[in-house]
Design a protein around this ligand. Sequence first.
Ligand code: GBH
Length: 510
Amino acid sequence: MWPSFVPGISSCSLLLGSSYRVNSYQRNVLDSQVCFSNGFSFGVATASYQIEGAWNVSGKGESIWDRLTHAHPEMILDHQNGDVADGSYYKVKEDVALMVELGVSFYRFSVSWPRILPNGLSNYVNEDGVRYYKELIAELHRNNITPVVTMYHWDLPQCLQELGGWTNPIMADYFVDYARVLLDTFGDEVRIWLTFNEPYSFCEDGYGGLDAPAANSSGFEDYMCGHNVLRAHGMVYRMFDNEYREKIGGHMGITLDFAWLEPATTSVEDQQAAETARQFYFGWFAHPIFSESGDYPPIMRSLIDENSKRQGFHRSRLPYFTSEEVEMIRGSYDFLGLNHYTTYLVKRGSQRLNVQPSFKEDMNAVRFQRDDWPKTNSTWLKVVPWGFRKLLNWVRLNYRNPKTLITENGVAYPRGLRDTKRVKFIDSYLRSLHTAIYQDGCFVIGYTYWSLLDNFEWTRGYTERFGLYEVDYQSPDLTRTAKLSAKYFTNVAKTGCLPNNFADYTYDTD
Ligand code: GBH
């Protein structure tokens, strides 16, 4: 799935002639049709806690999401949990068959740390956890689907949270031990690794907010979490580089989420506020790894240092890396995994939260969305396809055009198989992505739809459905049924082209 082409303006020519994928699936290719080049891959994604269920069977340990949903169901919108979820733990063949139907070339899933190491530590490996992921990986290979494996998609072993979780510096060492188990166990069959999914989300929402472990300590614990996660990522990447790459090959990256941040007005003040917000929301994790100079973004460093001082703290609330750590983390990637869903406008100003110091107060900028942007079934997600192109270009210009895999993009709408809105969402975002690649020269090698299946959406429970396949949570076998968007995505994945019209995908009644 790793193309040799280096995109640039000239790669526009790829749109003509020879690099069309021509197969029996392709109908009436017109010259104007929007096509991705041959090397470009399409896939789908999920995450362990959101789909597996089987939360306490066959030796699995408790995770921080098991704990939160059991102890505080009132903190989940529908008071539900991932105990059963989509039952994917029991449906390896069934789920992979859906991917075969879609014609995708890769599957991004995550490994549950407490399923492999029930207590979090590597002195005891749970063999049934190993068996499950081995079966899944083998079934993928049998069907020519490349596994893309995320080591950490938010389900920390509860035992490690008792030690402070990601706020404790020793967590980086324990993550290295866990990663070593994964590389030793699955390294021969997995070539593409992501260390973390969206550190911003789990540090800010988990340690700064009310996602598990719900530490709700923004401006302190979020920064500690980020610091240790960046160290953990760098350490695992260096271990991979020094001890595994030659033996087993492969590629390692990290997935960061980036909602595009557009200035609310053309005023210099708002332009600056938007750029500061980009450095806080995205640069916090991207700058130490992907920038030429490494370390935290200078604006983040100086604002948090100044604020901390003014607030009477003896030291900055944003920890400092040693110069060895800066070097270790700088450049610790083979590719960037990018999650993108939506866009916000930004203006200068305080949130006036009137509380303790916080991440949002530190940046002195406010983020909001326009009421006339199309709504979805997620309060935070409005449909703004042009933001996709803008953020990809910002990444290209700021981080020397890194090789990028879109590891998530998707949308939730109310239950229903005739999901024409989802078809339009995917189509419009893919058009924006296409322009970024073939007109602007952004180096993007693949696109992953979130998600294969409806699933447990964290604090939103089962109220938000992102799947190409609907899951019937009332049926005993958790029946999966293709939505219209699955049919659309099949066509895209198999031809590499976007259909010229939606005639096949829309209904008169819509
Ligand atoms: C992704 O994050 C996750 O990686 C994935 O697990 C998840 O299923 C998918 O989104 C869809 O939700 O509710 O107003 O507090 C995307 C980034 C960051 C978006 C946290 C939602 C919470 C906003 N997410 N954010 S709010």
